[in-house]
Write a protein that binds this ligand. Structure first.
Ligand code: OAD
Length: 233
C-alpha cells in the first residue's frame, strides 16, 4: 500500500440526511415525491418554470434552517488538520460542509445558494426566492435560475476532479447511492489508478462492489471514526 498523502472524498445526500435534509432515492425521498423530469431537467424548466422555481425556492429556504451534523464537522476537522492534499467533492447543493468549516469543497452539482443568470452568465450568492423573477444584479435581466446542475447538463469542474483522482492515494465515498454518473464512476476511475477506495454508507450502494472496503452505518458515526483513524495515523 502506498503512503497516504492525497485524499479525495465524494459526498452525497446521505451525509446531510441526519441534518434533516431529504435524500433523493430513500423511501420518502425527493424523487419519490416529484418527477425528476419535471423539476430537475432543462426541459421541465422550459415547460413549467413556476413549478421548478417554487420547488427550488422551498429547498433553498429549508436548507438555511438546517445545521451541519457530526459527519460534516469531522470532515471540516480533517480539512483543518490534514497536512496532505484533500478535496471534498460534493454532489450536494446545500452548504453544510462550508458551514461546518470545511474550505476545500467542490460543488460538482452546483449550489442552492447561487443564482445563475442565463442572460449574462453571472453567478450571484442568493438566499431569497426566485419565483417573482428578480433581476440579475449584474445585467438587470429577469433571467435567473437556480445554479443547480440538472439532468442532461454537465457537472462542474470535472477536469479538476479527474486530476485530483489521478493524484489521489485514497478515495472515500460517503452517503451516496452510486446511481448518478459521472460521480458514480469515480470509484472505478480511482481503482484504475490503483487508488485505495473506501465506502461509508448507511447500506450497500449500487457501487459497493467496486470498493476495496465498505462500512455500513450512519454517517454521523462512521465519518468521525474514520477521520480519527486518519488523523491518528
Ligand atoms: P441518493 O438519495 O441517491 O442516495 C443517498 C444515499 O445515502 C443512499 O445510499 C442512502 O442509503 C444513504 N444514506 C441515507 N441516510 C444516510 C446516513 N444517515 N448516513 C449515511 N448514508 C446515508 O443521493 P445521492 O447519491 O447524493 O443530482 O444522489 C446523487 C444525485 O442524484 C444528487 O446529487 C442529485 C440526484 O438526482 C442532481 O440533482 C443532479
Amino acid at each position: 500500500m502506498r503512503e497516504m498523502r492525497n485524499i479525495v472524498i465524494l459526498t452525497g445526500a446521505g451525509i446531510s440526511a441526519e441534518s434533516g435534509i431529504d435524500t433523493f432515492r430513500d423511501a420518502g425521498g425527493l424523487w419519490e415525491q416529484h418527477r425528476v423530469e419535471d423539476v430537475a431537467t432543462p426541459e421541465g424548466f422550459a415547460r413549467d418554470p413556476d413549478l421548478v422555481l417554487r420547488f427550488y425556492d422551498m429547498r433553498r429556504e429549508a436548507i438555511q434552517t438546517k445545521q451541519p451534523n457530526p459527519a460534516h464537522e469531522a470532515l471540516a476537522r480533517l480539512d483543518r488538520d490534514w497536512g496532505g492534499e484533500l478535496l471534498i467533492v460534493t454532489q450536494n447543493v446545500d452548504d453544510l460542509h462550508e458551514r461546518a468549516g470545511a474550505g476545500r469543497v467542490l460543488h460538482m452539482h452546483g449550489t442552492h445558494l447561487n443564482a445563475w443568470c442565463t442572460a449574462c452568465d453571472a453567478r450571484t450568492p442568493w438566499t431569497g426566492p426566485m419565483i417573482d423573477r428578480p433581476s440579475c444584479p449584474e445585467c438587470g435581466a429577469r433571467s435567473l435560475r437556480p445554479d443547480v446542475v440538472w439532468f442532461g447538463e454537465m457537472p462542474y469542474e470535472m477536469d479538476r476532479i479527474h486530476s485530483a483522482l489521478r493524484q489521489a492515494d485514497m478515495f472515500v465515498s460517503i452517503g451516496t447511492s452510486g446511481a448518478v454518473y459521472p460521480a458514480a464512476g469515480f470509484v472505478q476511475e480511482a481503482r484504475a489508478m490503483r487508488v485505495r477506495t473506501l465506502e461509508l454508507n448507511l447500506e450497500a450502494s449500487q457501487g459497493s462492489r467496486w470498493f476495496h472496503e465498505t462500512r455500513q452505518g450512519p454517517a454521523s458515526q462512521l465519518v468521525p471514526q474514520w477521520v480519527d483513524e486518519v488523523l491518528g495515523g
